[in-house]
Design a binder for this molecule. Structure first.
Ligand SMILES: [Zn+2]
Length: 117
């Protein structure tokens, strides 16, 4: 694993642990944390603990990191600026696709509701 990949992985894990702590008052021992840094099996075990969308998002970020698609927009396949990834490590869409997507979603909702009449 490259150094930058490892540091991103650590960032995601820190976020994950912070989430567990704030949502469930669940804290891991230092040994458990060390294990998580190197093993996905540990993460799977941890995530079967509870399921919520934020945990799923963070898990998804770890998987994308492994498949080298972390930080790549799923819509336009361009890299998402590092500053945006720093703001939210679970981001999957670049800001321009996101605004496009939201725009289209609004249109879809409008169309769906007008077709029901
Ligand atoms: Zn994009």
């Amino acid at each position: 694993m490259s150094k930058s990949k490892r540091s991103i992985r650590r960032t995601i894990l820190v976020e994950l642990l912070r989430h567990l702590k704030s949502q469930y008052d669940f804290e891991l021992t230092a040994d458990a944390v060390r294990e998580l840094i190197y093993s996905n099996a540990g993460i799977d075990a941890l995530l079967s603990f509870r399921s919520d969308s934020r945990l799923d998002d963070l898990r998804g970020a770890l998987l994308r990191l492994e498949s080298d698609t972390f930080g790549i927009c799923i819509a336009c396949k361009q890299s998402i600026a590092r500053t945006h990834m720093d703001d939210d490590v679970t981001r999957r869409v670049c800001p321009s696709c996101e605004s496009e997507f939201n725009h289209r979603r609004v249109e879809t909702v409008v169309l769906a509701s007008s077709s029901r009449e």
